[in-house]
Ligand binder design. Structure first.
Ligand code: G6P
Length: 612
C-alpha cells in the first residue's frame, strides 16, 4: 500500500521525509520518490526498489529546502519502475502529486486529457490527477484541486504541491487514510499512517472523507472538499509506541488484516462491478469475448490458502457459467500429465505472485498452449509478468504469514470473474446477474458491522479451546473449502492439529475420532444443503462430540444442537464463503494468541514460498 509523507516547517524537509517513509516501509512498497521546492523550482527524485536506493541518491543532493513530499509506491496500475514511482508531475513540472488509492475512471480521464494535449509519462492512475489539476489551475491551487476532484471517481489520499504557491502543501482525503501532524514551535506534517509522524510529533489530526487541508509553516486549515466551508477537527495525542502504530493499535498484523477485509473486498470490486446493473468489466485482463466463448474448460492452480479460494471458485464457475472446472494443488499439477490446449483457461492464484510451484504450473500451462490469466495481489510479481493477463486483488500488502484479507479478496476476484464470464457467455439472465452483483456489493458493510462483535465473542469462546489437541471442521458445498481454510488457519498459527472435511465424508473416516473431547466446528448456513449438514451435526451429537456451530442468527434450530454457537447475519447464499471464513480466522487468532504463539510469524512457515 502506498505511503505518503509531507512536511512544511522550520526544519530541513529531506531528512524528515526519508525518516517518515522508513516508518511506512512495513506497508510494503516497490519504489520511492521525493520532491522539494528550492528557489521556486520543484526538484524530484525517484528510484525503483528499496528506500535505501533513494537515500543513496539523496546523499548526493545538497538542499536546505523546508517544504516537500515523499512517497513509497505499492503498484496498482503500471509495473514497479522509476517512471511509475511518485511524485507525478503535470506538463509544466510546476505541480506534483503523491497519491494512495485507486482512481476508478482514470482511463477515461487520461484519454480526455491526452486529447487536450497533455503528455503522460507514466502508466499510473495517479498521473491523471496532476494533469487534471493543471487543467483548472490559474492562481489558486485549492480551487483547482476542488474543481478537478469533482471529475474523479475512486478512493484517494493526496498530497499536492505547486511552485506557484511555494509556502503550502495541500492534503486531501477520500476513502483512503491520511493523518496530519502538528509540532509546537512550527511545522506541519501529513502522512498515510501515524508511524511516519511519531519521530517528529505525537500531536495528530485525523482527516475524514472529503476533507481538504492546507498546510503551512505554522498553521493547518481544513475545509470541505465539496462546499469549501471550514471543518473543525480535533488535535489528538498519540500514546502508541512505533511498533503499535504500525499495526494501527492492533496487537498483531493478522488481526489488523482481518479487520481490513471490508476495505480489501471493496477495493477489489471497486470500478469493476456496476452497482446498478450488476455488470462486471474485466476487460483489463485482455481476453477477447470470442476467446471467452470458446473455452471448454477452466483449470485452477494454487497452493495453501489460494488453493482454497480456487476450490470455492469451482462451485461458482460451474454453477453460474456452466463450464467444467478442475482445481489442482500446484505441486501436484506440475508432475501429472496435463491435458491442456488453447481451449483451456488456466488460472494460477497467488497472493505473492512468487510461489515456486504455482509459477512452475503457469509455465507448463503456457508451454501447452493454454491461455493463462492470473489472480494475484502483487503488481509486477513474476506470476503476473508471465501470465497473459492478471486480475489483481487489491488487498494491499499482507504481512501476517497466515493469509486472511488476501483470501477474501481472491474470493471477490473469482466472483467477479464468474459474473464476467457468465455475462459474456450469456449463461445468466440480467436479473440473476444483478442479484448476484448486489450480494457482493452489500457485503463490505455487513462484515464491517459484524467484526467488532465477532472479535469480542470469539475472544471469550477461544478460552474453551486453548488446551485442545485436535479440531475437526466440517462444511458442504461452497463451505467445504471454508472448513479446509478454517482448519488450515488453526494449525498454522496455534499448532493444534486440525482437519477440514466435507461433512458428507464424516462417516467414511473421521467419525471414528469423535468423542466428548473432540471439538467439531460445523458450518451450517441457510443454503441448499442445509438439511444435509444438519444430519451430519446430528451424527456428531449422537457420539457426544463437542459441537461448535456457525450459522444464521435467524436459525432457531441451531441453539438446541450446539454446545457453542456463532451466529452470522443472512447474506446472499453465494456470499457465505466470504462471511463464514471470518469467525474461523478470529477463532484461530484468539486460540493462538492465548497459547502464546507468534501469530504473525508462525514457526516453520514463510509468507512467500519461492522454493519447491
Ligand atoms: C504460504 C503462505 C500461505 C499461502 C501459500 C500460497 O504457504 O504461508 O499463506 O496461502 O504460501 O502463497 P501465494 O502467495 O501463492 O498465495
Amino acid at each position: 500500500m502506498c505511503g505518503i509523507v509531507g512536511y512544511v516547517g522550520p526544519r530541513r524537509v529531506v531528512p524528515i521525509v526519508l525518516e517518515g517513509l522508513k516508518h511506512l516501509e512495513y506497508r510494503g512498497y516497490d519504489s520511492a520518490g521525493i520532491v522539494f521546492l528550492e528557489e521556486g523550482i520543484l526538484h524530484k527524485y525517484r528510484s525503483e526498489g528499496k528506500l535505501v536506493n533513494l537515500e543513496e541518491i539523496m546523499d548526493e543532493v545538497e538542499t536546505k529546502s523546508r517544504i516537500g513530499l515523499g512517497h513509497t509506491r505499492w503498484a496498482t496500475h503500471g509495473a514497479p519502475s522509476e517512471r511509475n514511482a511518485h511524485p507525478h508531475s503535470d506538463c509544466t513540472g510546476e505541480l506534483v502529486v503523491v497519491h494512495n488509492g485507486i482512481i476508478e475512471n482514470f482511463q477515461k480521464l487520461r484519454k480526455e486529457l491526452q486529447a487536450k494535449g497533455h503528455i503522460f509519462t507514466s502508466e499510473t492512475d495517479t498521473e491523471v490527477l496532476a494533469h487534471l489539476i493543471e487543467e483548472y489551475l490559474e492562481d489558486d491551487l485549492v480551487a483547482a484541486i476542488r474543481r478537478a476532484l469533482q471529475e474523479v471517481e475512486g478512493a484517494y489520499a493526496l498530497g499536492v504541491m505547486w511552485s506557484g504557491q511555494p509556502d503550502i502543501l495541500v492534503a486531501v482525503r477520500n476513502q483512503s487514510p491520511l493523518v496530519l501532524g502538528v509540532k509546537e514551535g512550527g511545522g506541519s506534517f501529513m502522512a498515510s499512517d501515524i508511524p511516519a509522524l511519531l519521530p517528529s510529533t505525537n500531536q495528530v489530526i485525523f482527516l475524514e472523507d472529503n476533507d481538504l487541508a492546507v498546510l503551512s509553516h505554522d498553521a493547518i486549515t481544513i475545509i470541505s472538499l465539496e462546499d469549501g466551508k471550514p471543518r473543525l477537527r480535533q488535535t489528538e495525542e498519540i500514546l502508541w509506541n512505533a511498533g503499535m502504530a504500525q499495526k494501527a493499535g492492533y496487537r498483531h498484523f493478522m488481526l489488523k488484516e482481518i479487520f481490513e477485509q471490508p476495505q480489501a473486498i471493496l477495493n477489489t470490486f471497486r470500478g469493476r462491478l456496476d452497482p446498478e446493473s450488476g455488470q462486471v468489466d474485466l476487460s483489463e485482463i485482455g481476453l477477447a469475448e470470442e476467446e471467452i466463448r470458446q473455452f471448454s474448460r477452466i483449470s485452477l492452480v494454487a497452493c495453501g490458502t489460494s488453493w482454497h479460494a480456487a476450490l470455492v471458485a469451482k462451485y461458482w464457475l460451474e454453477k453460474w457459467v456452466g463450464i467444467p472446472v478442475e482445481v489442482d494443488i500446484a505441486s501436484e499439477f506440475r508432475y501429472r500429465r496435463l491435458l491442456l490446449g488453447p481451449d483451456v483457461l488456466v488460472i494460477p492464484i497467488s497472493q505473492s505472485g512468487e510461489t515456486a510451484d504455482t509459477l512452475a504450473g503457469l509455465r507448463l500451462a503456457r508451454q501447452s498452449g493454454a491461455k493463462v490469466i492470473a489472480i494475484c495481489n502483487v503488481v509486477g510479481s513474476t506470476i503476473t509478468r508471465e501470465a497473459h493477463g492478471t486480475i489483481y486483488t487489491h488487498a494491499g500488502p499482507e504481512i501476517g504469514v497466515a493469509s486472511t484479507k488476501a483470501f477474501t479478496s481472491q474470493l471477490t476476484a473469482f466472483f467477479l470473474l464468474t459474473l464476467y464470464l457468465a455475462q459474456v457467455r450469456k449463461s445468466l439472465d440480467d436479473a440473476t446477474l444483478q442479484g448476484l452483483g448486489r450480494g457482493l456489493l452489500a457485503l463490505p458493510v455487513i462484515i464491517e458491522q459484524e467484526l467488532p462483535r465477532l472479535h469480542a465473542e470469539l475472544e471469550i469462546l477461544a478460552e474453551e479451546f486453548v488446551q485442545c489437541r485436535d479440531f475437526l471442521y466440517l462444511g458442504r458445498g461452497l463451505n467445504f473449502p471454508i472448513a479446509l481454510e478454517g482448519a488450515l488457519k488453526l494449525k498454522e498459527i496455534s499448532y493444534i492439529h486440525a482437519e477440514g472435511y466435507a461433512a458428507g465424508e464424516l462417516k467414511h473416516g473421521p467419525i471414528a475420532l469423535i468423542d466428548k473431547d473432540m471439538p467439531v466446528l460445523v458450518l451450517v448456513p441457510p443454503d441448499e444443503v442445509y438439511s444435509k449438514v444438519v444430519s451430519n451435526v446430528e451424527e456428531v451429537k449422537a457420539r457426544r462430540g463437542r459441537l461448535l456451530l456457525v450459522g444464521s442468527g435467524s436459525d432457531e434450530h441451531l441453539a438446541a444442537l450446539a454446545d457453542d454457537l456463532i451466529t452470522l447475519p443472512d447474506v446472499h447464499p453465494e456470499m457465505h464463503p466470504l462471511l463464514y471464513c471470518i469467525p474461523l480466522q478470529l477463532l484461530a487468532y484468539h486460540i493462538a494468541h492465548l497459547r502464546g504463539c507468534d501469530v504473525d510469524q508462525p514457526r516453520n512457515l514463510a509468507k512467500s514460498v519461492t522454493v519447491e
